[in-house]
Design a protein around this ligand. Structure first.
Ligand SMILES: [Zn+2]
Length: 59
């Protein structure tokens, strides 16, 4: 977890859906209704979601 997550949401800023880092508009990566700070975080999130789905189906 990054320090940014502890900061009270005063400003309407966007955080990366995966790592929680503050996403600057210029670097914003928008996919499937969520914002990511980079393409890498998006890929990691997809992997995470895929794994979660797998475990759901396994149980
Ligand atoms: Zn990120």
């Amino acid at each position: 977890m990054s320090e940014e997550t502890a900061v009270v949401r005063r400003t309407k800023s966007t955080n990366c859906a995966f790592c929680g880092k503050l996403v600057r508009r210029i670097k914003m990566y928008y996919r499937n209704g969520k914002y990511y700070c980079s393409k890498r975080c998006f890929k990691k999130m997809q992997e995470k979601l895929a794994k979660e789905k797998e475990s759901e189906q396994a149980s």
